[in-house]
Structures are given as C-alpha cells and as structure tokens.
Write a protein that binds this ligand. Structure first.
Ligand code: ZN
Length: 324
C-alpha cells in the first residue's frame, strides 16, 4: 500500500465511522450500548468495530492510526481523567513506547480526528467525536484530549483546509470551551444512567416504566452545595412526579415515605389529581435493591424541611423554582 493510498483509506474509513455514529445517535441518543459499538459498521465488505476490550483501539482495516479511545469510570468524577477544561487520557500501561501509545502519539502529530467513548455505566458509552490528542505527558503517563466541533470533520475531507484552520491558540481555546461543556454533559448523562439503573428503570413513586418518560431527579439541586451527581442524591421519577417533586408539591420524608402537600390533598378534581398525586400520600417510595444506592437520609431531611416550609407558606407556589 502506498503512503497516499493508506492515507486516503484512513480518511474514508474515519469519515464513514463518523457518519455511522451520527445515524446511531439519531436513533438511540448520545449514550450507545456497547453491543452496537462493538458490532460497528461495514466498510467495503469488512466489519469495522468501534470499540475493543482495551482503551486505544485500531480496527484491522486501518493502516496506522487508532480510531477510538475508551474510558470507563468507577465513580461520578473520575479525577484521574480530567484537568481543567481538558480530558486526560491514561497511557496504556507504563511504557511510553508501547505500540498503542506510539500510535496515539502519531495521531496527535498528524492531527487525526478520533472517537472518544466514555463509559457512563457498564455497557453504555457516551460518544464524542471528533476529539484530538493535543498533548503528551510521558512523566505522568497521560495524553491530553480535546473535543472539537463537528464542522472540523468537513474540513477533514479536504485535509489542506485543516492546515488553514484558525491559529493554534484560537482553536485551543475553542476546544477547551467545547470540552468543558462536553464534560458537563458527561456528568449529567452518567447521573441519569446510574440512577435509572439503580431504580430498575421505573418511577420510584408510581412504577411507570417508560424510559422516555423517566428522569433522574436531584434531591439537592445540581450545582448547589452537596448537589453532586451521585446516586444517593438522586431519585428516578416520571416527568409528572419529577415536576411535582421540584415544585414541592410532593416530598419524601427521610424514612422514604411520600408526602403530598396538604392543600393538594384537600383539592377536589378529576382522576389525574386523585391517582397521579393524592394517592401517593403515605406510601413508601420504591427503593433500589442495593441499599447503598438508597437516597441519603441527610439530604432527604434538608429537602423535606423545604417541602414543609412550602406547605406553610401560602405565597409559596411561585416563589420557588428549584432546578434539578
Ligand atoms: Zn411517577
């Protein structure tokens, strides 16, 4: 294979992979199951998987550069993977000259766009592309990775345009900005997936099991003190109960019993009010099987205190609008 031919093949496979991912994300959303990614797509009668058991992955069809890098997280914030507004990616092993590390370094030198797969829960990955390796730190055995806008892919079709791109410093700032918003999304999506899985994908008030109608609600709002995206600060709720919980129409006592606000209990209206809200009163919420995933009673206590105040405050209804 001549160098030009192999460059061209690399480019076409990569663009086909991006195109295929665009389609998958439009069908399944931005968190894709591993089964789909490891099956991949067909390029000129060859199957091209996008993920393999190890982190730096080059499918057989590609001559030189890796196609994807994968990370799995154990906790809500995997600090080893982040610094500032960029992502850190650990070397394979401790040898900077391991062939996987060398291949990724070459991808950096030639500004090759890659796919980044971030495991949010076992078997499910948030997918980002194009990402670029923009730094290499052999002392700490890490690469620095930045996410870029999809429009970079268009210029990648004509590689000479990539060279004419903005000056390096402007594109670095832009990438840092995009990477930090991606990181935020990583945390949010990870939270949703972990909470819904813990509650066996049902509303913990009414058992509704349609994923399209389920949310992961924060007990202490996101961004506030203790508003961490951890399962013990979350509850799986359907859209109705999430909104009712956020507006303090329904509360959860620290002993996991559901309370409906007094004025709503007294209200007279049709079946939606009766079944959807009033009948929840005094029932115990559905809890995760694993006790360690149960809501933290201390957080529930704080939230419940606000709920009690909401019931007392007659001017309440428009004074709160808790985010979650
Ligand atoms: Zn519900």
């Amino acid at each position: 294979m001549t160098p030009n031919h192999s460059k061209d093949l690399d480019r076409r496979v990569r663009l086909a992979a991006f195109q295929w991912l665009t389609e998958q994300v439009s069908i399944y959303g931005d968190v894709l199951p591993r089964t789909i990614l490891s099956k991949g797509f067909i390029f000129q009668d060859q199957r091209v998987p996008l993920v393999a058991p190890l982190g730096i992955f080059k499918p057989r069809i590609l001559p030189e550069y890796p196609l994807s890098i994968t990370t799995t997280t154990s906790g809500p914030y995997d600090d080893s993977f982040e610094r500032g507004d960029l992502l850190l990616y650990r070397y394979r092993g401790t040898d900077p000259y391991h062939r996987d590390n060398v291949a990724l370094r070459n991808a950096m030198l030639h500004k090759i766009p890659l796919i980044y797969l971030h495991g949010v829960i076992p078997g499910k990955y948030l997918v980002e592309w194009p990402v670029f390796v923009i730094g290499d730190d052999p002392e700490n055995l890490t690469f620095t990775v930045a996410v870029d806008e999809h429009k970079t892919i268009d210029s990648y079709i004509e590689p000479k345009d990539v060279m004419q791109d903005d000056s390096d410093s402007i594109s670095d700032i832009r990438r840092m900005y995009i990477t930090s918003s991606v990181k935020q999304r990583l945390h949010q999506r990870g939270f949703r997936e972990r909470v819904l899985r813990a509650y066996r994908e049902q509303c913990s008030f009414c058992r509704l099991k349609h994923l399209e109608l389920l949310d992961a609600a924060h007990i202490i709002p996101d961004g506030g003190k203790d508003g961490d995206p951890v399962v013990t600060n979350g509850v799986a709720l359907c859209k109705l109960h999430h909104a009712a919980f956020d507006k303090f129409m329904i509360g959860i006592r620290p002993d996991y019993v559901i309370e409906v606000r007094r004025d709503i209990l007294k209200e007279k209206d049709g079946p939606m009010l009766v079944h959807g809200l009033q009948n929840m009163h005094s029932h115990r919420m559905i809890l995760p099987k694993n006790k360690r995933a149960w809501p933290d009673p201390a957080l529930l206590e704080r939230r419940y205190a606000r709920f009690r105040n909401a019931g007392i405050d007659s001017n309440f209804s428009h004074s709160f609008s808790a985010q979650s």
